[in-house]
Design a protein around this ligand. Structure first.
Ligand code: PLP
Length: 470
């Protein structure tokens, strides 16, 4: 050997760096309200502030945190700011952050059961826990034909569902005849997933919705009949519980009946709203879910668990595994060969996978079911009070029925007035509201769901609106 081993960090150095980083995060979260929710940066500003090349010599860790302070933090959108009401929230919490840290500390790749048994089994177990916590049906439980897996995102979950559906319907040879259905209000990821799965754009039908923006099952049936008359095969239906635009809930029971009768795979996307099922009073949202082939929701949106954490369930794992399993010689091992274990690489697109269940385990244990329920309830109540103020306001109107903690509203004077209100609200720096279009109208969305967002922050939005509209 002519080279010396590289210099790594000692445990003491790591400890010191780690403590200062945790301190940094704690201070950041504690003082978030003093920052504007969105940064004032132009494209290219951040890169212009960085050195052109990576350093040749090591730099001290304190310099790194200094730069996080001066270059990075001022140039991010503060999703954890309590005044963040845009999109859907992206929850974080102390136990979830520490669970992430431990996952990095282990530094494992849990692609197979045998590459880290605890990573697979804790994940299976947490997904079963979530079934109980959310009142989800036993068909998704791991001790039967089905089971759950953590995906990085709802988009990946629906991609896996459509791949399984495609291959169950005959795969590549039948592909030109297969048709997928969703509503005009479905998340854009469905369109993207269908495309990735090899369908052409004219093999996706966007079913019309009713006055509440929920899929019209009669229209779904009509389109399916039309396709069958043309020799096509209904393959895949995605229904949504809590659409991204307005929080609309598709009628799962009627859609499931159609899917089951037609032999099409039903995937239910509850990315945001699914977390609300920890409260028994919101479980009616899930009606009919026991007839779905797959279901996904994102604890990373509204269940205090850092991105990325999508809970994805299948009622029968065989079509999924049949579609995604490839076994090269170098991954063969006795436990897999014996069929005694779950190998989650067969339940997702990539081979490698992070130890994501740790953060979920930490969250579920640190908050307890009661903590999770009060998180949801507080936001739903705050949104309801806000909606009442909108309804009582002479210049505002609701643009869709209030869904859980999502309130869609607009200015009665039309799009320009709504856009001006949005601009004025967001330019205060205290809040961020994003928009959508419903019935061709520009609509503001107040999405209440941030970990540190309380009713006081929601009331502040009403105050700001009163100040702006006079
Ligand atoms: C947010 C959202 C998605 C996308 O979630 P990712 O996890 O970011 O892929 C999909 N569907 C619905 C209904 C959503 O609200």
């Amino acid at each position: 050997m002519t080279t010396k081993p590289p210099k790594h960090f000692t445990s003491d150095e790591f400890r010191e760096m780690g403590h200062s980083t945790i301190d940094w995060i704690a201070d950041y979260l504690e003082h978030l309200e003093e920052r504007p929710v969105t940064p004032d940066v132009k494209p290219g500003d951040v890169r212009a502030s960085l050195p052109e090349r990576a350093p040749e010599a090591p730099e001290p860790f304190t310099d790194l945190l200094d730069d996080v302070n001066s270059l990075i933090a001022p140039a991010i959108t503060h999703w954890q700011h309590p005044g963040f009401f845009g999109y859907f929230s992206c929850n974080s919490s102390a136990p979830a952050i520490l669970g992430e840290l431990l996952s990095a500390g282990f530094g494992i790749n849990g692609m197979l059961w045998s590459t880290s048994p605890a990573a697979t089994e804790l994940e299976t177990h947490m997904l079963d826990w979530l079934l109980d916590l959310c009142g989800l049906p036993d068909c998704f439980r791991s001790d039967g034909k089905g089971g759950g897996v953590i995906q990085d995102s709802a988009s990946s979950a629906s991609l896996c569902a459509i791949l399984a559906a495609r291959d169950r319907s005959g795969g590549a040879s039948e592909l030109p005849k297969l048709v997928a259905y969703t509503s005009t209000q479905a998340h854009s990821s469905i369109e993207k997933d269908v495309k990735i799965a090899g369908f052409s754009p004219d093999q996706l039908r966007k079913v019309e919705v009713d006055e509440n923006f929920a899929m019209d099952p009669e229209e779904l049936q009509r389109l399916i009949n039309e396709d069958k008359e043309n020799g096509l095969i209904p393959c895949f239906i995605t229904a949504t519980i809590g659409t991204t635009s307005s929080g609309a809930v598709d009628p799962i029971t009627s859609i499931a009946e159609i899917a089951n009768k037609e032999g099409a795979w039903l995937h239910v996307d509850a990315a945001w709203a699914g977390s609300a099922a920890v409260c028994p009073e919101h479980r009616s949202l899930l009606e009919g879910i026991e007839k779905a082939d797959s279901y996904a929701f994102n604890p990373h949106k509204w269940l205090l668990t850092n991105f990325d954490c999508t809970a994805f369930y299948v009622a029968d794992s065989k079509p999924l595994v049949d579609s995604l399993s490839i076994v090269p010689e170098y991954l063969r091992n006795p436990a897999s060969e014996a069929g005694e274990v779950i190998d989650y690489r067969d339940w997702q697109v990539p081979l490698g996978r992070r130890f994501r269940s740790l953060k979920l385990w930490f969250v579920l244990r640190s908050y307890g079911a009661e903590g999770l329920r009060s998180h949801i309830r507080h936001h739903v109540e705050a949104a309801e009070s806000f909606a009442e103020r909108v309804e009582g306001h002479p210049k505002l109107a609701l643009a869709a029925p209030v869904s859980l903690s999502l309130v869609c509203f607009s200015h009665v004077d039309g799009d320009d007035a709504t856009k001006a209100l949005q601009e004025a609200l967001n330019s205060t720096g205290e809040v961020l509201l994003t928009h959508t279009v419903l019935d061709d109208k520009h609509v503001l969305r107040l999405s209440v769901g941030g970990t540190w967002t309380t009713s006081t922050h929601v009331e502040r939005v009403s105050e700001l609106i009163d100040e702006i509209l006079g």
